[in-house]
Design a protein around this ligand. Structure first.
Ligand code: GYE
Length: 403
């Protein structure tokens, strides 16, 4: 009964908000392996500080565009019958039989070049990988935390090549700069699997498979939520001033969300995007950038924050400036990720809407590896299904969320 209520609530929010079901891609596996990691050696990457390819904001064409954007537009009719199921599944009640990720052959060694530890989303992503690639499941797992520096990831990959791991898994910090090192992995005969963000590379034979989110669709969904909500409260024709806290410049999550939101925003002549600046996906920088926005503009109606942690920082800044934020606030706040803490902010009325981004990729990556071990060709590009949550459903949905 409770479950049913939750599903109905989610359905309601979905029909209210938009008419599509997440990203239309394939969810290459469900999630949630029960084991706890014990085997990974969490090396700290050498934190060299030279210029990384982190400011390549011009590369605005996310890989997502080409393959998914079209068929995931709001007219996706599958929405109605699958939305509730997907919501239930991806909200955290999903469970994969542990066997799905288990390697029963010789131990497989996996080197994982992780972005960093910048956000709640990232921590959940790391946890999912660590819970999946356990000794008990038949893996030797090593993770490098690259501290949000692309060059640290390149160093980590070279190190994995030297060590001769069986598979390299990369969650790329930024999209560009991978050709050379991927070529080195290829020469060494080590497959590279990409997870979460994408790379912008001319030769896609340099990686075996990618699984992650359709960030452009996420951005479009955020804007669609805003349009619907403004209509709902009778402000559809008002002038609306928007600022954006962007993620790490040149990362797919930033590029896609900025582009997707911007594309829909263009259709609303009464919306003005006053400013867009990067808060690098962290709470601290989100707060800093929000403080500076508030000094520059006294008429902000909506903040679009490209992840939950920057939203938390934005709330601190807005309240410190003597304004209110959220559902009944002077300023509306749209967030991305829909982590547990993001849900809590919605329950507290501080975030109006949270666009889901699923970090539970461990089992999905394991499935790709096991397919390759079996001599099969994994799906080259796989998108996970994701939802949009309005604050009004947060209390109902939170208990079922896995991250
Ligand atoms: O939204 C953010 C994290 O790449 C999808 O990275 C990921 C993003 C996520 O730091 O919280």
């Amino acid at each position: 009964m409770k479950n049913m209520k939750r599903i109905l609530a989610v359905m309601l929010s979905l029909t209210m908000v938009f008419t599509m079901a997440g990203c239309g891609g394939s969810d290459s596996a469900s999630t949630d392996s029960a084991e706890t990691a014990t085997t990974d050696t969490a090396d700290d990457a050498a934190a060299t500080d030279d210029a990384a390819a982190t400011d390549d904001a011009a590369a605005d064409d996310t890989a997502a565009d080409d393959t998914a954007a079209d068929d995931t537009a709001a007219d996706d009719t599958a929405a109605d019958d699958t939305a509730a199921d997907d919501a239930a599944a991806d909200s955290g009640s999903d469970s994969t039989a542990a066997d799905d990720v288990k390697n029963t052959g010789d131990v497989i060694s996996v080197g994982f070049a992780q972005v960093g530890a910048e956000s709640d989303w990232r921590m959940a992503n790391t946890q999912s990988m660590q819970d999946t690639f356990t000794e008990e499941n038949g893996y030797k797992f090593e993770m490098v935390d690259a501290q949000q520096k692309t060059e640290n990831q390149i160093t980590a990959i070279r190190d994995f090549i030297t060590k001769g791991v069986d598979y390299i898994v990369l969650a790329p910090n930024t999209e560009t700069g991978w050709e050379t090192v991927f070529g080195e992995a290829k020469d060494a005969g080590i497959p590279v699997i990409i997870v979460d963000r994408m790379v912008d590379i001319s030769d896609d034979s340099l990686y075996a498979a990618w699984v992650g989110s359709d960030f452009k669709t996420e951005g479009m969904n955020a804007a669609k939520w805003l349009a619907d909500k403004l209509d709902e409260v009778g402000r559809g024709d008002e002038d609306i001033n928007i600022v954006t806290l962007q993620g790490t410049m040149g990362s797919s999550a930033q590029l896609g969300r900025t582009e997707g939101f911007g594309e829909v925003a263009k259709e609303h002549s009464n919306w003005t995007i006053l400013d867009q600046q990067s808060g690098d996906f962290t709470e601290e920088k989100g707060q800093e950038v929000m403080e500076s926005f508030l000094k520059s503009y006294d008429d902000i109606d909506v903040v679009v924050s490209e992840n939950d942690n920057m939203s938390f920082g934005a709330v601190t800044a807005i309240e410190a400036a003597g304004k209110t934020v959220g559902v009944d606030g002077d300023i509306w706040l749209i967030s991305f990720d829909a982590t547990n803490q993001g849900f809590q902010y919605m329950i507290d009325g501080k975030i109006n809407c949270d666009v889901e981004c699923n970090p539970l990729h461990g089992p999905r990556v394991a499935k790709i590896i096991l397919q390759m071990e079996a001599g099969e060709t994994p799906e080259k590009i796989a998108y996970v299904d994701e939802e949009v949550f309005d604050a009004s459903v947060a209390e109902e949905v939170l208990p079922s969320r896995a991250y």
